[in-house]
Design a protein. Sequence first.
Length: 576
Amino acid sequence: MKNKIIKALIVLVFSVLVVSCGSSEKDEANIYFYNINNEISKIAGQPEKIKALQVREQKKYENTGDRKYQISSRYVELFYNYNNSNQIPVVYELLMLNNNEYDYITIASNFNLAFQFEQQSPKLAMRFLNEAIMVDEKSSKKYFLPHLYHLKGRLFFNNENYSQALIFFNKSLQSLEKTRHNLIFISSMHNNFALTYEKMARFDLALKEAKEAVKILENGSNLNSEETSFLASVKGNVGFYYYKIKDFHEAERLLLQELDFQRRNKKNNHDTVDNLTKLFDLYGETNQIDKMKEIMDYSQSIEPEIKDVSDKILISEMVQGYYLKINDPGMVKTFCRKLIKLHNRHEEESNQKLTYISDVLNNFTIKSINQKHQYTIEKQKFKNRLMLTAICIVLIIFGVTIYIIRNISKRDKELASKEKIILMKNKKILEQDLKRQEEKITNLHLNLNLKIETEKTFLENIKKMKKLKNVDAEQVITDLFLKINNLIQIDRKNYDLINESSQENKQFIQKLSERFPSLTNNELKFCVYYKLDFSSKEISLLENITEGSARVYKTKIKTKMNIGKESILNTFLKSI
């Protein structure tokens, strides 16, 4: 039973170690992917360096065969064209390759897909995003959690669910560590609060949050280009909120300040178009026609550099609005036709994107179904092999157990049989020894009786010699000589018994001497007397000493043997 428990404990410990090792390997891999992501962030926008990093990871996979490097290689590939929808197939393949093995890749892939589908399919984006949040919340590292909450708040914002948007923007802010690295993200959350409050027509709160976002960045030291650009954008938002509360002067100042920054840094992007639109609306509401024309002319000058069709539509609508303001029907019609073309182009691009995304989704769905089917087949095969192995192991254990039980039973029977034979032999030997001892004792008794009778006759002859004076002395002496010779013969017959007793005494004295080396030879002799239950009086007669001396010897012996005063020495000596 004890051996079984030990074996069970060994198996349990081994299982825990295997699970721990597996968990440790996954943690190490997740950290590795996190470090790869940090490497990519340092070379963002540098395709050649990103390609070199991807080749490095691929070589590691080829040299080691470790799937970790295969996955990291595919992960780096995502960053060739970070804002391109061509990423979607790569992300799907990465998801299938990872197969939910490593949390970091599962979270990053779902986050990427949620971002890709934000405009085309918000529901699908929310599904991917919820999957990423669920995995990241369970992990102890919280790799992307603040940014996942941010994107979820943005999805609610786009869907005009502003109360939920505020909740998730706040969750993002609370989960961000207050570090210099997160300065722009913290400021961004306050800017998101402001954008949400503006949609809720709570312009006072929007202005307060936007100013807080500006304050956070302005208090930061050594702002990088991204932080500086975002600061200019937030100040433009503050100007827009002033516009909403009819403080046109302050609104114009801040919006022009943002436009000046964008001109100096040649930021011809969506933020620039958005800024121009806000200035155009402000000048339209304040009826500043000349300034409206300036904004319109500048917008038309940068339109060729604008890539997004939706931004081109905003610029054309702005120009059309100007000609409506100055009542120029011809130009209004011209830009109306242009807007129709732009809308058609935008719709065509949207349809192409939707078709592309639909094809990618269908392919992924088919691949996913095939992969799951293949996985199910392999899993079932593995289960079957495992079950077959388990059955074989059980049968082997059962067979070995039966074999061992039979061997043990057979050995026990043989042992019992041998013990029985030994007991019978010992019994016979003991019976023979007992019979021989009984015969010796009988002979001893007979010899003793004979000796006693001889001694009596000897004494009677001596008495007879005293009484009868005329007895033939020579004849009497001859008779006495014969009697003495008989006594000697009797003693010789008893020698064997006496010798046996002497040998036993010698063995006893040797044991006693080894166990209690402090005992003297005289004390060892006295121990023999005590073992034979001799009294102090008997010992005093044999050794020609007083009874008191015999008792003193007894006390000394007990002291040297370290036995209590109340203990019986005779009993103790017999137990040795």
